[in-house]
Design a protein around this ligand. Structure first.
Ligand code: SF4
Ligand code: SF4
Length: 343
């Protein structure tokens, strides 16, 4: 890893040059309370001071909510064509836990096979992260996801009069060399960076006691009373999955023209929290109850991928907490498991 320093005065020019030369996606104010990651062609639209977690996760750039996987035409043979969107893009301003969200999806979409629709875009995406103070619902510190070690090309930390820049890839280094006026980071820069990180880590208000959850989950798994209490207000709306930067479930739809000669396969985000998710041909539903769906979601987030990849599939961003109309709070539920097995 290389460490550089970018002067505050050079920051706007650096970004303006990137906006001029690339498709540049960054945080834009959507309404009073929320931001969204959108294509920016004017630096004045960029607003990195988003305190509240942006609801739509940046994963939508690589894994859109609806995407045509292939089109086909049936003649004597079946002809198939694919057309994945894959231009060079810069994604600017995502924080550490969202970079960790992308790291998880990178791992998931390359586990048993390479998911080409995802990676055709990922290979051409330059990620420039930016440290920012956590929102009230962010508990990524408890999961060790508040700091991103990799998965980005450049990562900027605001040290008031300058930016501390971590260079995570050759591509990041090339961009800095071509577009920015930087110098090597020295001892004082590291000292100030450490101070920032200490303050940042002390700013997390929401904490989840995740220690022993892996083991405790087995004890709590068949405790019906507990899950009835935790899920009692759930509307089964699926919003928690839709806003999650690591949820990956999708459904594949076939659309055929009336002549049965041409068609397309499309994938769409799905949610394990909605009743139809477990419905199979013949009308059987493997998870008809909201209590079972919620406990399965938590298991997927907090246990399954410890076994598969050695990591949680939750980065603690807090989006699901903000999106839930029933005020179901995954961090509080993690703490409730500990309490329940301790009494
Ligand atoms: S937990 Fe909340 S957001 Fe998720 S399905 Fe239930 S009501 Fe909807
Ligand atoms: S489960 Fe909730 S807190 Fe965890 S990554 Fe998904 S949206 Fe963020």
């Amino acid at each position: 890893m290389l460490y550089k320093v970018l002067k505050k005065g050079s920051y706007d020019l650096f970004l303006a040059k990137l906006i001029a030369d690339f498709e540049f996606i960054g945080p834009v104010k959507k309404d009073k309370a929320t931001h969204d990651f959108k294509k920016i062609s004017d630096i004045r639209k960029l607003d990195v001071n988003y305190k509240r977690t942006t609801i739509a996760p940046a994963k939508k750039i690589l894994y859109p909510s609806t995407e045509t996987l292939l089109q086909y035409e049936i003649n004597e043979d079946i002809e198939m064509s694919v057309d994945y969107e894959a231009g060079e893009k810069i994604l600017f301003g995502i924080d550490a836990c969202d970079v960790n969200g992308l790291n998880f999806l990178d791992r998931f979409f390359s586990d048993e096979m390479i998911d080409e629709p995802y990676f055709s875009k990922r290979r051409k995406l330059t990620v420039i992260g930016l440290d920012r103070m956590p929102s009230d619902t962010n508990f990524s510190l408890s999961l060790g996801k508040e700091y991103a070690k990799d998965g980005f090309d450049l990562f900027l930390t605001d040290l008031n009069n300058r930016y501390f820049v971590r260079v995570g890839s050759e591509k990041g280094n090339d961009i800095l060399t071509k577009y920015a006026d930087v110098s090597d980071a020295g001892e004082d820069d590291f000292k100030d960076y450490n101070k920032f990180m200490d303050t940042y880590r002390k700013s997390f208000k929401l904490k989840a006691d995740i220690n022993n959850l892996y083991d405790n989950y087995e004890l709590i798994y068949n405790n019906k009373d507990f899950w009835n209490r935790v899920a009692k207000d759930c509307y089964s709306c699926g919003s928690c999955c839709l806003v999650c930067p690591t949820c990956f479930c999708f459904n594949v739809r076939d659309d055929m023209e009336l002549n049965l000669k041409k068609g397309a396969k499309t994938r769409e985000w799905d949610s394990c929290m909605i009743p139809e998710y477990g419905l199979v041909a013949g009308g059987h539903n493997f998870r008809p109850d909201k209590e079972n769906r919620l406990k399965q979601r938590y298991r997927c987030k907090l246990k399954t991928f410890i076994d598969r990849f050695g990591t949680y599939s939750c980065v603690g961003c807090g989006r699901c907490i903000e999106a839930c109309l029933a005020k179901i709070n995954i961090a509080e539920d993690i703490n409730a498991v500990k309490k329940e097995v301790s009494v």
